[in-house]
Design a protein. Structure first.
Length: 360
C-alpha cells in the first residue's frame, strides 16, 4: 500500500485545459474551441494550441496514445495552368497508391501570404505532411517555423534555400552534360550554347553542365554563351547572330525546346540541313518538339519522378525518417530527329498523340 502511494506521488500532474491556456497565452475557452474543433478561431491559433497540448502530453481519451494521423497530405502549388503540375501530381499519386495516404491540392497563386494562410487553414483541420512545389527550379524561401509547426515538409522541383530542409529537384546540370555528350556522339565538335534568361536557375544549371562536359572533352564553345529569353524568337535571333558573325558550327545546345525550334527555323532558312549540317538539342520535352520539322532531340524534366520521390520522402518523414538534403532525379533523353544519335530502347519514344494534336 505504501509503495502504491509512493508511485502515485510520482505520477505527472494531469494536463488540464487551464494549463494549456497558460502555456499558449490564450483563454481556457479558446483552448476548448481548438481541442474540440468548435467555434470561430484562427487556423494558426488552433494549430498552435493543439501543438502545445501534444507537447504537454494532453490526451482526450485513454487510448489516444499513438500520434493521430489523418491519412492526408497537401500539395501546395503556384501553378495550375501548365502540364507541370499534372505530371508532378501524377507522380505523387503513384507513390501514395502503395501507402495509406492520399493527396489534396492547395493553389497559392505565387503569393507567400496566401500560401501561409492556405497551409494554416488545412493544417488546422488535420494533414500529416506537406509538399511544396514551384513552377520553376529557382530556390525558394523555407517556410517559417510558425507555419510548419513541426509538420513534415518536402520541397519539390523548386528547392528550399535552407540546407536543413528536404528538397527534390530535376538534375539540370546532368542534363546539360548529357546534351553535349549527345551532340559529340553524333560527331559535333564545334558546338554553340544558347541560354535563356541568365537569372533563372534552370538556364544557368543546364549551361554549367554543358560547359563541364565540353571541358572534360577538351572542347570549348565556339562563341561566348548567349543568354536571352525562353521564347522561339530568341532562338532565331541568337542563331542568326552566330551565323552572321561567320562562326562555323556543327552543333547547337539550346536550354529549352522553344529556343531550339527558333534555331532550327533560322538554320533551315539559311539553307542548312538539320541535323546533317548542324545538329540541335533542346530541353523540356514540350509538345512543340514534335510539331517541329525535324522533330527536336530533347530531355524531359521527369516531373512524374520528382513527384513520386517527393511523396516517398514525405511519407518516410511522417514516420520519423527525415532526410535533410537536396535529392536529384535524372532528366531522361527523348528521341528527336534533330540529333538522332542515342535513340535507343532506353530512351522515351515520341508520343504520337502530341504530334497529332500539335499539327491540327
Amino acid at each position: 500500500m505504501e509503495q502504491h502511494r509512493a508511485d502515485a506521488g510520482r505520477r505527472p500532474a494531469k494536463v488540464t485545459v487551464r494549463r494549456i491556456a497558460e502555456a499558449a497565452h490564450v483563454s481556457p475557452a479558446t483552448v476548448s474551441k481548438a481541442l474540440n474543433d468548435t467555434g470561430r478561431i484562427a487556423p494558426e491559433t488552433r494549430r498552435m494550441i493543439r501543438r502545445i497540448a501534444d507537447e504537454l502530453g494532453y490526451r482526450r481519451s485513454a487510448v489516444a496514445h499513438a500520434p493521430r494521423r489523418t491519412g492526408i497530405i497537401a500539395v501546395a502549388t503556384t501553378d495550375l495552368k501548365s502540364s507541370f503540375i499534372t505530371d508532378l501530381l501524377e507522380g505523387v499519386e503513384q507513390a501514395l497508391g502503395t501507402t495509406a495516404y492520399c493527396a489534396t491540392v492547395l493553389y497559392t497563386h505565387e503569393d507567400p501570404e496566401l500560401e501561409e494562410r492556405q497551409i494554416n487553414r488545412i493544417a488546422s483541420h488535420g494533414i500529416d505532411g506537406l509538399i511544396l512545389t514551384g513552377s520553376n527550379t529557382d530556390a525558394r524561401s523555407s517556410l517559417r517555423d510558425r507555419v510548419t509547426m513541426g509538420l513534415p515538409t518536402v520541397y519539390a522541383y523548386a528547392p528550399s534555400r535552407d540546407p536543413g530542409d528536404c528538397s527534390v529537384v530535376a538534375d539540370n546540370v546532368r542534363a546539360g552534360r548529357d546534351a553535349i555528350a549527345r551532340l559529340i556522339a553524333y560527331g559535333c565538335t564545334r558546338i554553340a550554347l544558347i541560354g535563356a534568361e541568365e537569372h533563372w536557375a534552370a538556364s544557368t544549371d543546364r549551361i554549367n553542365g554543358a560547359l563541364r562536359e565540353l571541358g572534360d572533352r577538351g572542347l570549348t564553345p565556339v562563341t561566348p554563351i548567349q543568354f536571352g529569353s525562353w521564347e522561339q524568337d530568341w532562338g532565331v535571333i541568337a542563331t542568326e547572330r552566330l551565323l552572321d558573325a561567320g562562326n562555323r558550327i556543327d552543333g547547337i545546345y539550346c536550354v529549352n525546346d522553344l529556343v531550339a525550334r527558333g534555331a532550327i527555323e533560322l538554320l533551315r532558312s539559311r539553307g542548312l540541313r538539320v541535323p546533317e549540317d548542324v545538329a540541335v538539342v533542346g530541353h523540356d520535352n514540350r509538345s512543340v518538339a514534335y510539331a517541329t520539322h525535324p522533330t527536336i532531340a530533347t530531355f524531359t524534366n521527369n516531373l512524374t519522378g520528382v513527384g513520386a520521390l517527393a511523396a516517398t520522402l514525405l511519407v518516410s518523414a511522417i514516420y520519423g525518417e527525415f532526410r535533410p538534403d537536396v535529392t536529384t532525379t535524372a532528366c531522361p533523353p527523348v528521341f528527336g530527329e534533330s540529333c538522332p544519335v542515342g535513340a535507343r530502347v532506353a530512351e522515351t519514344a515520341p508520343d504520337r498523340r502530341w504530334i497529332d494534336l500539335a499539327l491540327r
